[in-house]
Design a protein. Structure first.
Length: 253
């Protein structure tokens, strides 16, 4: 039985992968979900998964921050071509908070890209890791048009009203180390039932309190913060979140 899984990591941002994964194993992290945010990082995640079979589970995707860097058809084609080697489609989604995303044409382009990638996920029977910052409702409404094999709203800190619709649709949300300090994220984690929460680091995202970048071994920070919110034992929280991740991403036991 796995102790904990880091359900969302950008391995390409972490340098020496073997050392990073070694430290994760040592700390009791029993699997890592490595998402892709463009062609290079997706290929990197797929390569790592081959090298670390049964430990690294790869996602292929194009992050909304990359929407102007790739032609839509080309980006969707890349993901379609590699989806058969992936455990999930992700990280994909919408983000209206970027300064470059103020223009409606850019937002429309993000929605087109996201829709095309969801179509691939539905075709391939794959689950999806969704980025939805400042575009929570649109991210959900578009997702619901596709028959995907489950989804997680990663690092969700949006309105509780939309959270309820996410949960009603059968989707998950994930907790990050921001569960220590982010009011919005904490409110979401208090509201969502433990049966619908995954834990992650979103490494290499900067850890505010520790003043350094995160890596998968830091998923225990997320577990402890979430356990505090839920009034539960960290081991129990880790166990439930891990089962949820195994269910959603079909991570073999
Ligand atoms: Zn991410």
């Amino acid at each position: 039985m796995r102790r904990v899984i880091d359900s969302h990591v950008h391995m390409e941002g972490l340098g020496d992968a073997d050392a990073v994964l070694g430290r994760a194993r040592m700390s009791g992290v029993d699997a890592v979900v490595a998402v892709g945010g463009d062609a290079e990082s997706s290929a990197y995640a797929l390569g790592l998964a081959e090298k670390h079979q049964g430990y690294v589970y790869p996602g292929v995707g194009v992050h909304p921050s990359k929407v102007l860097k790739m032609e839509c058809g080309e980006a969707i084609g890349f993901v379609r071509e590699h989806a058969n080697r992936a455990a999930l489609i992700g990280e994909v989604g919408l983000d209206y908070a970027y300064p470059f995303a103020r223009a409606e044409e850019v937002r429309e382009r993000m929605r087109m890209l996201y829709s095309g990638l969801l179509e691939v996920a539905a075709e391939m029977g794959l689950p999806v890791a969704v980025h939805s910052r400042s575009a929570y409702r649109d991210s959900l409404d578009i997702l619901r048009r596709y028959d995907v094999a489950g989804a997680v709203f990663h690092w969700y800190d949006g309105p509780i009203k939309t959270l309820k619709l996410i949960l009603d649709s059968g989707f998950y949300v994930s907790a990050t180390p921001a569960a220590e300090y982010s009011k919005g994220h904490r409110a979401v984690l208090a509201e969502a039932p433990m049966e619908r929460i995954l834990v992650e680091t979103d490494s290499p995202v900067h850890l505010r309190r520790l003043g350094r970048r995160s890596e998968p071994a830091d998923v225990w920070l997320t577990v402890h913060a979430l356990a505090g919110i839920k009034g539960m034992e960290p081991g129990e929280v880790a166990g439930i979140a891990t089962r949820n991740t195994e269910t959603l991403f079909r991570v073999g036991g």
